[in-house]
Design a binder for this molecule. Structure first.
Ligand SMILES: [Zn+2]
Length: 247
């Protein structure tokens, strides 16, 4: 309970590390909207620009990357998020390399978040689409960048020596797409904002199908039921990992 209370005081500075534009909006736009209402400072870090996405296979990747960065920027603005960083790794080829860990560690040490949101490195067999290999690799790299890399002054030594970025301890991880969710955020009141954010990703046709919004509502409704929320509520699921487990 003390841990719960302490956690309530966290969340003033949030860093979201995801593989592609639109990932954060599918998994967490409602939660982000609620945090923004509480004046949280939120930074997005996109590992790729999502240039392999979209319905048109002949669209040049460089052009798609520009489109998707603009769409993600617009989606973020819907939620009041303006600090967005694109690492520019190639879409579809993300691996949890030392270089990616260093690049995420850099952002962690710059932003100094008290909450890091990222993908699960585990496979969720019941809902495989959330376990895209880029998502799992990004989650693996981001979690490793938080612990041990960001906390260890000897890790990625050039960050400290050349860029003046000292160690930082992230007290809380919020894992999206986890097979073991333990926290369910009631997003009923901001569901329309989530739809608006998702609608910004026009090149992906996210909400083009007439039943798409209804299907999403239904899914967030069953998440809420699974999380024990009252009837007719909508929720986003997370696996929250707190400080005690992070060394
Ligand atoms: Zn994705």
């Amino acid at each position: 309970v003390a841990e719960e209370e302490r956690s309530k005081r966290l969340g003033s500075k949030v860093l979201v590390v995801v593989a592609h534009p639109d990932d954060v909006d599918f998994a967490a736009a409602g939660t982000i909207a609620l945090w923004r209402r509480n004046s949280a400072a939120i930074t997005y870090c996109m590992v790729t620009s999502g240039e392999l996405g979209g319905a048109d296979p002949d669209c040049p990747p460089e052009k798609m990357a520009v489109t998707r960065r603009a769409e993600q920027t617009a989606a973020a603005h819907v939620l009041g998020v303006t600090d967005i960083r694109f690492l520019g790794y190639p879409d579809g080829e993300v691996a949890a390399t030392a270089r990616l860990r260093r690049d995420i560690c850099r952002v962690i040490r710059e932003v100094r978040p008290d909450r890091l949101v990222t993908h699960s490195p585990e496979i969720a067999w019941e809902f495989l689409v959330v376990s895209h290999p880029d998502h799992r690799a990004t989650g693996e790299a981001a979690i490793s960048a938080a612990y041990p890399d960001a906390t260890n002054p000897r890790a990625h030594p050039l960050l400290r020596r050349d860029e003046g970025l000292g160690p930082w301890h992230v007290p809380e991880l919020w894992i999206m797409g986890s097979p073991h969710p333990n926290h369910f955020v009631d997003i009923t009141d901001v569901f329309e904002l989530k739809l608006a954010a998702l609608g910004s990703h026009a090149s992906q046709g996210v909400l083009d199908a007439p039943e798409a919004a209804a299907r999403l509502r239904q899914r967030q409704g069953s998440v809420a039921a699974h999380g024990g929320l009252p009837h007719d509520r909508l929720a986003e699921p997370f696996q929250v990992v707190r400080s005690g487990n992070l060394g």
